[in-house]
Write a new protein. Sequence first.
Lengths: 246, 246, 246, 246, 246, 246
Amino acid sequence: MNVEDVEEALPKIFEFDPDLLVFISPNPSISGPANVRDKLSNSGVPSVVISDAPGKRIKNELEKQGLGYIIVMGDPLIGARREFLDPIEMAIFNSNIIKVLAITGVYRIVHQEIDKLIHSIKTGSSPVLPKLIIDVNDIRDRSDFNNPYAKAKAIAAYELAEKIAEINIQACFVEKESDKYIPLVACAHEIAQIAAKLAEEAREIEKYSDTLVRKPHSKAGEMKIKTKLMLQPKLDEKLYRKLLEK
Amino acid sequence: MNVEDVEEALPKIFEFDPDLLVFISPNPSISGPANVRDKLSNSGVPSVVISDAPGKRIKNELEKQGLGYIIVMGDPLIGARREFLDPIEMAIFNSNIIKVLAITGVYRIVHQEIDKLIHSIKTGSSPVLPKLIIDVNDIRDRSDFNNPYAKAKAIAAYELAEKIAEINIQACFVEKESDKYIPLVACAHEIAQIAAKLAEEAREIEKYSDTLVRKPHSKAGEMKIKTKLMLQPKLDEKLYRKLLEK
Amino acid sequence: MNVEDVEEALPKIFEFDPDLLVFISPNPSISGPANVRDKLSNSGVPSVVISDAPGKRIKNELEKQGLGYIIVMGDPLIGARREFLDPIEMAIFNSNIIKVLAITGVYRIVHQEIDKLIHSIKTGSSPVLPKLIIDVNDIRDRSDFNNPYAKAKAIAAYELAEKIAEINIQACFVEKESDKYIPLVACAHEIAQIAAKLAEEAREIEKYSDTLVRKPHSKAGEMKIKTKLMLQPKLDEKLYRKLLEK
Amino acid sequence: MNVEDVEEALPKIFEFDPDLLVFISPNPSISGPANVRDKLSNSGVPSVVISDAPGKRIKNELEKQGLGYIIVMGDPLIGARREFLDPIEMAIFNSNIIKVLAITGVYRIVHQEIDKLIHSIKTGSSPVLPKLIIDVNDIRDRSDFNNPYAKAKAIAAYELAEKIAEINIQACFVEKESDKYIPLVACAHEIAQIAAKLAEEAREIEKYSDTLVRKPHSKAGEMKIKTKLMLQPKLDEKLYRKLLEK
Amino acid sequence: MNVEDVEEALPKIFEFDPDLLVFISPNPSISGPANVRDKLSNSGVPSVVISDAPGKRIKNELEKQGLGYIIVMGDPLIGARREFLDPIEMAIFNSNIIKVLAITGVYRIVHQEIDKLIHSIKTGSSPVLPKLIIDVNDIRDRSDFNNPYAKAKAIAAYELAEKIAEINIQACFVEKESDKYIPLVACAHEIAQIAAKLAEEAREIEKYSDTLVRKPHSKAGEMKIKTKLMLQPKLDEKLYRKLLEK
Amino acid sequence: MNVEDVEEALPKIFEFDPDLLVFISPNPSISGPANVRDKLSNSGVPSVVISDAPGKRIKNELEKQGLGYIIVMGDPLIGARREFLDPIEMAIFNSNIIKVLAITGVYRIVHQEIDKLIHSIKTGSSPVLPKLIIDVNDIRDRSDFNNPYAKAKAIAAYELAEKIAEINIQACFVEKESDKYIPLVACAHEIAQIAAKLAEEAREIEKYSDTLVRKPHSKAGEMKIKTKLMLQPKLDEKLYRKLLEK
C-alpha cells in the first residue's frame, strides 16, 4: 500500500469509530505503512501493529508513537521472485506457514493479546498495549505442549521458518541471476513444506496421549480451555487470574 | 455479517468507485449477504459472488440479479462446534483446505476468472461475468497436471473435501450430543489433514518429472506460464487466444 | 453366480447337513442370489446374508424371509471398468479394503455375530439371527479404540470407504467415456490406499500406548481378550455376560 | 482339513465334473492334504497344487503323482500363537501379504499359469501343468517393472516376506515361553507391514512415470495389456506368442 | 589390511603402552587380521576383537588365544560390487546401518562392555574380557525400550540387518552376471534404508511417551542414566551393582 | 586432543613416511590441533586440513602455513550437553549428518579433492592443495542432481545442517539453565533427523527417473561414472579432462 492508498482507505476505517485498531504489515517502516502509523498514533484509538522481522528495526519508533506491537520473527517472506509469484505457489506457501505459526503457538500468543485488549475495553479498564517480539524463546516458554519432544519438534518448525526468511532475503535481494536465485527459492519453499510437516508431527504427538490443548471462546467471549478430546471446555482459570492481575 | 453490518460497511466500499466487486460468502442466502447481493445488483458495478455449496441453491436468483458467481462445491464448512472453535484448530483446518483448493486447481480457476474480468475492464470491453459451479468434473477437465496419477490423487483430495463438508453438516446441524458430534468433527478434521497430504503428493509427482506448471503474472499483469523449474515464464498463448475469442 | 450355478452348487451344500449357513453376496437382489435366499429361507437352516450397500434395499424382504443379515455400508464396489480389471489391481484394492474393515472394527462385529450364533447352536439355545446395518455410527459406538483420536482416524477411514463406493458407482454406471471414468476409478483406488493408511495409523496410536485390543478365541472357541502386548488373553467377561443375557 | 473332512467334501467337487482342479494348501504333506493329492492324482482331472515353502519338500512326490504345482517360497506363515490369533490381527497380516504378493508379481505368475491351462482346455490342446517354485529370482526375472529401483524395492519386499516366514517358524515351533515368542511374532507382523509399504512404494514409482502395467482380461478371456493410464488395453502379443509356441 | 600393513602399523600401537586394545575387523580369520590376533594374544595386553558374522567361525580360536570378542551378527557386509562402490553410496549404507545398530541397542552393549573393562582397569581389578555373540535374542533381552511395540520394531530392524547380510553375500560371492547381482545389491540397500526407518520409528515411540532412555557418562566416566527429557541424568544404580558383583 | 597427545602420536605418523597427510579437526585453532598444523607445515609433506565452521576463522593462517584446507560450513556441532552425550544419541546424530553430507555432495567434493591429490602424487606432478570453503553455493553448483527439485531439496537439507550448527552453539555456549538448553538441543537433533529425510527424498527423486549418479573408482583407482542402474560404470571423461588441465 502506498501513501495515496492509505490516504484514501484509512479515513473510512475511522468512520467506524473503532475501539481498537490492529494494523498488519510485513514492513511497517516504508512510506505507506509509516503514514498509517502516524495516523494511528494521532488518532487516540488504541492500536497494535503486527509485523514480521523488518518491524523489529522500528521498535523504538513504535514505542514513541504509543503503538502496541507484536513482531513475529519467524513469519518469513515468500520467495518473491517472478518465477514463483504464481497464485497457487503462494497459497501453498502460506498454507505451510499458517500451519507452522498456528501449531507452534504464535497465533495463540497473538489472539490472546487481542483477547486481553478486548477484555479491557469491554470492562472499561484502560488497555495495556502489547510490546512483544516473538522469537524461539516464546515458543519454548509459552506454547501449550505436554510432551517435551512435541515441543522440541515445534521449536524446530519455528527455527525452520526463521531459516526460510533468511534464504528468501538472499534469493530476493542479493542474488541477481535466475540460475542462482531459483534453486534458493525452491529450497526455501521445500523447507516451508517440511516445517509444516514437523509442526503437524508435534501436534500428532499430543493426540497420541490425548493431551492436545484447545482454547475455544465461550459464546460470551470468555477464554475457555479443554484437553481430553471427549470433555467439554472449561473456564481458563489461569488465564483469568492473569487478566485480573493487570 | 448481519444486515446492520452490511448497511454500515458496504456504502464505504462504493465510495471507492470500484470497477469490479468480488463478494465472498459461505452462505449468500441468509439476510446479511442477501442484502449485499441486492445492493450489488442495483449498483451497476460488475459483481461476482464466490461461495460454497449452500450458494448453489440460489443460482437462479443470482442469475436474475445479474451477478456473476463461482460456487466451489468442495470448500467445506469447518467443524463449527464449540469444542473445535479454537483459533489454532481453525487455522490448521483452513491451512489444509487452502492446500487442497490451491493444488487441485480451484484457486487457478478462480483467479483466472478474475484475471479475465480485469483484462476486459482494462481493455474497455464489457466483462462477461462467470457463472461457474466448480465440482469434481472441473478438477478433472481443467487442472494442470501432466501425470494422470497426479491428477487422480488431486481429484481424490477434492472428493475428500466434499466428504468433509457432508460430515461437518451432520456433526453441526444433526447430532445433538457431544458424544456423537465430537468424534465426527474430529474425523472430518483428520480427513482435511489427509486430503492436504494427498494434494501435496499430487504436486510432488509433477516435481519428480519437472513438469510442475506455474502461472505467474508479468509486472504488467499479463498471464504467463512456465513448466521446467529453471526456465523463465513465457506468455500463456493458449490463455490469450481464449481471451481474444470472447 | 447366475440361477443355474445356484441350482447346481447349492444342493451340495445342504448335503453337509449344516447347522448354520452364511451367504455372502455384494448384491443379493439380483436373480442368482435371490434364488439362494429363497432356498435358504425354505431350508429351515438358520441363515445369515452378508452384503454391502445394495443389500439395504431388500432389508424388508430379508426380514420376511426369516433370514439374518449383516449389511456393511462401507464395503465399496471395486472400480469394475475393463482398464482396472487386472488381477493385481483388484488384489491391491481388496488388500486396502480388508485393512480398513478389519481395523475399523467391521470384521469384529461380523465375527462376533457369527460367534454368538455358534455359541447358541453349541449350547442348544435357539440362535437369534443378526439384523444389522453397519454404518459409521457402529464404528463410533462399537469399536475398541482407547484413544479418541485413533477412533476419529478409524471413523475417517470408514467414511472414505463409503466415498469410494459412491465414486465407483458413478464411474461404473454413469460415466460412459473412458476419459471421464478412468480418472474417477483411479481416484477411488487412491482413496482406498489412503484409507488403509489412515486405518493403520489409528492402530499404530494404540500400539504407542500399548492399549491395542486383541480378541483371540481359546482352543475351545471361547471369546478371550487381551490388551497389553506381553500379557495373556483372558476370558472376555463383558462379552460373556451379553451372551448370557440373551 | 483332516482326512474325514476331505472324504466328505472332495467327492462333491468331482460331481461338478471339472475340467481343471486347483488345490491350495499351506502344507500339502500332512495327512488331509495328502489324501486330497492322492484323489486328484487318480482322478485323471488336470490338477495343480498351490502351496508355500513346506510344499517344496514333496516336489518329487508331486511330480510322480502327475500333479502340477506352484510353490510360493515367500508366502509366510502367520504368527500362529494364541495371542495373535485375533481375527482382526490375522486379516491385517493377510492384507499386508496380499499386497506384497500382488505387487511383486507372484499373483501375476499364478494367474497367468492358470490362464494358460484354461486356454489349453478351451482350445482342446492338452494342458501342460506348471512345475514352478517361485522365489526371488522369479521376481527379478518375471516382474513387470520399468524402473529398476521399483524392481529393487519389490524384490526387497519379497525378501522380507521370506524373512517373516523364518521368524514365525522360530516363534511358533521353537520358542516355548511367551516372553520369547511374543516379541518375535510382533516383530514379524511389523515386517509384514513395512514389506507392504515397500511394495506399495515400488508401485508408486511406476505411477510417477505413468509406466504402470495392467493386464486385464477381455470379456472373452483374452489376455490384454495396457501401460499408460488413459489408454485402452490391447492384446498382449508377447504372451500370445508364448502360448502358441507350446 | 594385509600382513605387511600389520607388521608396519601394529608395533607403533604397542609403543603407546596401552592398557587395553580393541581390534575391529569384519573378517578376523584372513591373514592380515590373523596376524594381528596372534600379536595381541602374545602381547599380554587385554584385547577385544569386534567383528561381524564371519568372526563367529573362529570363536574357539579366539577363546584359545585369550582374546575377548564381541561378534555382531546383524552388522551386514556392504554391497561390495564395483557398481555400488561409490563413496556416497557407501556412506549412505553405513549411515543406515549405524542408525539400526545404535537404536536397537547393539552399540549400547558394545560400549558398556568397553566401559566395564575401563572400570576394571581404573580400579585395578583384573578385567573380565567379553565373550559375546550379539544376535536377535540380545536385542530382545537387553535393549532399553519401555514400549513393547517399540521393541518389536527394533527387533524387526535388526532382523532386516541380518537379511541384508544374507542377500549381499549372495550378490557379492555367488551371482556372477551384473543382471543378476545389481538388482540384489540394490534390493539390499533398499532394505538398509527401510531398516533405518523402522529403527527410527521404534525410537519415536519412546519419545511419544517421554520414556526414551539416555545413558551419558559423567565427566568422571561414571555411567549415568536419564529417562524424562527435561530431567538430569542420575547414577545408573543397576549397572553399578552389576559391576560390583564381578 | 591436547598438546601432549599430539606430541606422543604425531611422530609415529611421520614414521610411515607418508606422501600425503589429511588432518581432520572440528576446531583447528585450539592448542592441540594448532600444534599439529605447525608440525604438518614444517614437515614438507603435502597436507590438507578438513574442518567445519570454526576452521574458517584461521583461513589466512592455513594459507600462510602452506596447508590445503576443506572447510565444510554445514557440518554441525553435536548437542554437546551432558544430557545428550549418550553414545547412542551421538551415533544417531552422526548417522543423520553423514546422510546429509553424503547426499548433498559434500563428501563427493571431499573425496574428489583427495582423489586429485593422489592422482598428482601417483603421476609425479606436484599436488595443488585444495583451498575450499564448502557452503550452500557449492551444493548448488557442484552437486550431481538431474532433477532441479531434487537439488532444491538437497540444498534445503544442507541449509538445515547449517541451522543445526547455529542452534547447538546457542545451546552449548550461551544458555546456562537446562530448562533453556535441553529444548534447544532436542530441537537441533530433530532438525538433523528431518534434514536426513529431506536429503534421502532428494536421492529418491533421482531413483524415480533412473538418473542417480554413482562414481565408483576402478580397481586401478580411476574415477568412473554411471547413471542408469543396470549399466556399467565408465571412465569419467569430464573429470579426467579437468585433471589434465592442471
